[in-house]
Write a protein that binds this ligand. Structure first.
Ligand code: SAM
Length: 286
């Protein structure tokens, strides 16, 4: 037997005042519906536009899009190709300001967009030199008084020796963006990590390559920077992953911002700890 909803029968018979409750329920429903239409369906305003499609993208979709369509063809600094995710570039600005390196070693410069970017940031900060290492200068097209070019295989003993001499006693930061194969990355990290000053960074680029299947935009069959970084970290407790440098989420360098612990001894370089660098206000907590 179905229950009657007639207030004159059921509810009224039980002596309850059904009218006000129903009116309140209807009013609440109408308010909720209006709120939903006005607030939660806001993206519908863009329905039919390209932005509406983008609105639904995931982090992974964005990274694949950026890699396939932007980074190699449409990403520049001062007109020079710079193969970076802009949010990582912003993090570089924050790290450079915090550490104030006297020497930044860039392993892999390509066209030089990133090299010029670092040199010009150093102009703004007022300190620093960029050592640009690359095995191939055919695409390289920048020059700047703060940039020193060394051409050759970064793992060659004479190149390592020259870089070590330039870093001697100076606050040093190293960025690896060269050969991305696992063995090559690990080899380079082992060679250049001793130059990194306490409190400064060893940054391993493009670990993102190891997260995508070969069918995707990043598609690699071989292993790359991410397992190399894990191998390196297992052997080097004096370095830690600074996850705060991934706070903009869309990074090409997952677990790639390695910070040398401030009290870890360094073989060749000056201390980058706040007291040693004399800029306690600029160094951020990790
Ligand atoms: C991904 S690109 C660098 C991109 C650049 N840092 C940027 O953000 O625009 C990699 C570069 O590493 C260089 N490279 C590869 N293997 C190298 C090695 N063993 N020694 C030095 N440079 C190397 C390549 O010639 C290439 O220019």
């Amino acid at each position: 037997m179905s229950r009657s909803l007639d207030p004159a029968s059921d509810t009224a018979r039980r002596g309850l005042a059904a009218g006000p409750w129903r009116r309140r329920a209807r009013a609440a429903y109408r308010l909720g519906h209006a709120l939903w239409r006005k607030v939660y369906r806001r993206p519908q305003r863009l329905k039919g536009t390209d932005y509406h499609r983008r609105w639904k993208m995931s982090l992974r979709d964005w990274l694949a899009y950026h890699q396939a369509q932007i980074v190699f063809d449409q990403s520049t600094w001062m007109g020079v190709p710079m193969l970076k995710n802009p949010l990582d570039s912003w993090i570089y600005q924050e790290i450079l300001y915090a550490v104030q390196p006297e020497v930044l070693v860039e392993i892999g410069s390509h066209s030089g967009g990133s090299t010029l970017f670092f040199a010009q940031l150093m102009d703004l900060i007022g300190v620093g030199q960029v050592i640009s290492l690359d095995i191939d200068r055919s695409r390289y097209r920048v020059s700047h008084p703060r940039i020193v070019e060394l051409t050759g295989d970064c793992s060659a003993p004479e190149i390592v020796g020259k870089v070590a001499a330039l870093c001697q006693g100076r606050r040093t930061l190293v960025i690896h963006d060269g050969d991305h194969r696992r063995e090559a990355v690990l080899r380079d990290l082992e060679l250049y990590a001793p130059l990194v000053s306490p409190g400064s960074y060893l940054i391993v680029e493009d670990g993102i390559l190891d997260l995508f299947p070969p069918s995707d935009a990043f598609g690699w069959l071989v292993e790359g920077p991410l397992p190399a970084t894990e191998d390196f970290l297992a052997r080097h407790p004096e370095f830690e992953v600074d996850a705060s440098r991934e706070r903009y989420l869309m990074t090409y360098n997952p677990r790639g911002f390695l910070r040398r612990l401030p009290d870890a001894p360094s073989e060749a370089t000056a201390d980058a700890s706040p007291s040693a660098a004399g800029h306690a206000d600029r160094l951020e907590p990790s």
